[in-house]
Design a protein around this ligand. Sequence first.
Ligand SMILES: Nc1nc2c(ncn2[C@@H]2O[C@H](COP(=O)(O)O)[C@@H](O)[C@H]2O)c(=O)[nH]1
Ligand SMILES: [Mg+2]
Length: 505
Amino acid sequence: MDHSARTMLGDKASKSHLTVNTNGGEKPHVWSSSEGGCQIDIGKQIFCNRSLNMKNIIAVGFDMDYTLAQYKPETFESLAYEGTIRKLVYNLGYPQELLEWTFDWKYMVRGLVLDKKRGNILKMDRHKYVKVAYHGFKELSKEDKVGTYGNTLIQDSFDEPDYALIDTLFSLAEAYLFAQLVDFRDNNPGKVPQGTDYSRMYKDVRAAVDLCHRDGTLKQMVAKNPKRYINEDTSIVPMLKMLRASGRSTFLVTNSLWDYTNIVMNFLCASRTSDGGITCNFDWLQYFDVVITGSAKPGFFHEGKHANIFEVETESGMLLNTDNGTPMPQVGNTSPKVLLKGLNKSCRVFQGGSVGHLHKLLSIESSSQVLYVGDHIYGDILRSKKVLGWRTMLVVPELEREVELLWELRDMRKQLRLLRNERDLVEDQIHHLKWALKFESLRNDEKQKMTSAVGELESHRDQVRLAHQQAQWECHQKFHKIWGQLMKTGYQNSHFAHQMGLTMA
Ligand SMILES: Nc1nc2c(ncn2[C@@H]2O[C@H](COP(=O)(O)O)[C@@H](O)[C@H]2O)c(=O)[nH]1
Ligand SMILES: [Mg+2]
């Protein structure tokens, strides 16, 4: 997991170990590098805000896309961007000049919110206070921002249908395209199809992106050359082997269908030939007990959901009916082979179904025995954790760089803390003096002295406040020139960090 789960699971999962002391208590976890010692880059170290006793976990499951398979945004998201533009032009009547547009894959980040009606892109803090707002690519003035999003009696929920949350890495291209179209419409009102307002443009972009995922635009290209679009990660197989060697079951639950899943997993798990080529086979299945494709998460996590589960015939991709996961003979075909074929395999592959089927297939008695690793707060984590009670792990690949930067900027951040403390101290002094002036019986000369001290302190406070704001913004810009730090918005946790926190509480 060169770019993702490694952040959560450790660089060389296979080399990790948990030391247990003689009286049964656990010593701190020690994760060592392959060279021995503890020379692990800061971005790859493990930080924990909630501990999990792995003793109770008997099955560990993974999502595939953007969890085990880390796509390269510069190629994969560009592919989505270009495919979407072609659909806008050729299917939905947008002007040909869109075909000349280019994509800055670093511009958009997760956690942003699109205001579909107004054509704005927002970054909010944990209290849903809008801290950064752009109209297309133009920053809103403070007055416009406060006028639109502040000072409302009833707080906006910033939810669908008027807003869209950019909560998966799959959405970066569509957010960028939305901003481009907003700018384009503002500057060329006559050029977009008649009656196309910002909301309509969002809807068109969404529909076009959706189609790219469904009609093979993206998947055919990835299948032709997975290396161009997916990061190779040689630590996945050792990690899966380690989990299986510990006696745990492993499973995959992905919304991708079997044909694509097989290509991606084969790329990630297959052994390389000496020229770097990949032998295409089904060997990767040996690392899993159950694979569920086309799972339709988050619906999959509804325990009571009645969903047909089909067994996938791996060679042909054919779907076979099952009786809740148990192989069924085809009518007219009494060959016992068909019946037993599925049962004899070490890994069984399915399409559809629901969590109840999975529990049965893995003989799970309590949902707290399952740990699931995914990248999508809503699709993978929220329901599986909150409703079902699975233990969950969220993969946030962006944290690798964020943690590195936090370390590199430690002096700057210390300076920030000092400035903030100074500001708080001065504000405190002002408050005390004002209190004394209002409620204490003072001589005139004392009053005068205090009043002028208040004036001096207030001007000092304003200077410190300005210096603090300036330093804070400079610090944020080191993370991202427009949106700042992923996990923070100003001094507060960002909306995204808050959502992440909810999935861990
Ligand atoms: N039809 C759509 N499919 C989408 C969209 N965004 C992503 N995807 C597909 O979902 C799965 C994710 O798989 P998982 O392993 O993370 O469960 C993958 O096949 C994507 O192509 C979309 O907007 N529309
Ligand atoms: Mg995923």
